[in-house]
Design a protein around this ligand. Sequence first.
Ligand SMILES: [Zn+2]
Length: 289
Amino acid sequence: MLDEAEIRMHARRFMAGLDLSLIAQDLSVYTKKVQAKLRKEELEPGESGYTLTKRDGSSVIIVNERERLERQRFSICHEVAHIVLELKSDHRDTPSWSYAKRDENEIACDIFAAELLMPLDAFKRDADQEPPSFQLVERLRGQYVVSFAACASRLAAVSDYPCAFVTMNARVIRHASRSKALRDLRAWIVPKSPIPQGSVAQRLVRDEEWSGEDDAVPQDVWFQDWPKGYDLIELAKHYPSYEETFSLLWFEQDSGPDEPVNNFAGVPAEQDDGGLRELDGHLSFSKRR
Ligand SMILES: [Zn+2]
C-alpha cells in the first residue's frame, strides 16, 4: 500500500510538465494524459463516477451529471487517480466526505485528486496572499472550483499562518490538519475527543445550524493543555444530513503565543485516525500503519 507522501509524489510526477493554466475550466489535460474520454450521465444518487477501461488501454470516465460541478470535477480526478495508481474501485455507498468509512484505495485516490485540483505551488502562492478567512476560502474555492472541505483542508495544510482544519462527525473529532506554524507552536487537537464545549462547531450541531463564525473563541477550547488568555477565530460548517461538521481555526495576527507552548502531556505522536491523513503539502509523514 502506498503511503500518503508516495501518493502525493505520484500526483506531482503525473502533473509535471503539463500546462495547468486552464484546469479551473477544463480537466482534459489530465484525462488526455491517461487516454480517457469523459462522459457525463445521470447516475444513481450517491454514485459519483466510475471508469470503463478497454482492451487497447483507453478508458471512459463516467461522472454523475446530477452532482454539483465541484463534485463532478473531484470525481474526474479521482477516476484519473484509479487509472494512474492502478487501484481497484470500491465505490460503496459512503458519503464522499466520510473519510473514516472509506476504503484505502478510495482514500488514496482522493488524496491524488486533491493534488490535481489544487496544484501545490499555485495554491500555496494564492493562499499566502492574505491571512485565513471566510473570504479567502470562498475566493480559493471559486478559483479552484472545489468543495469547502477540500479547499479549507488544503489551506490549513499549506498556510504559513497558524491554522487548522478539523473534521468531525456528529459527536467527535475525526481528524485535524494543522499548518506547520501551528504544529511548531505545539497546538494539539485531540482526535476522537468530543466536539469541544464553547466551540462554534458544537453550537451548530446543537442548534442544527449550517454555518457560523466567531472571532473570539478561547484557544483552550480547542487546543489541549493550552494557556488561557488567547483567542482564535473559528469558522464552522455543519451538514446535518451527513452528520459532518468542519471547522477552520486560525489566529489573528499577533494574537497567539510567540513561543511553542509547553505541553505537559509531552509532544504527542502524530495522530492517525485511520482516515484521510490530511492534505498536507509537507512530505513528512510516517508510514501508514
Ligand atoms: Zn474510487
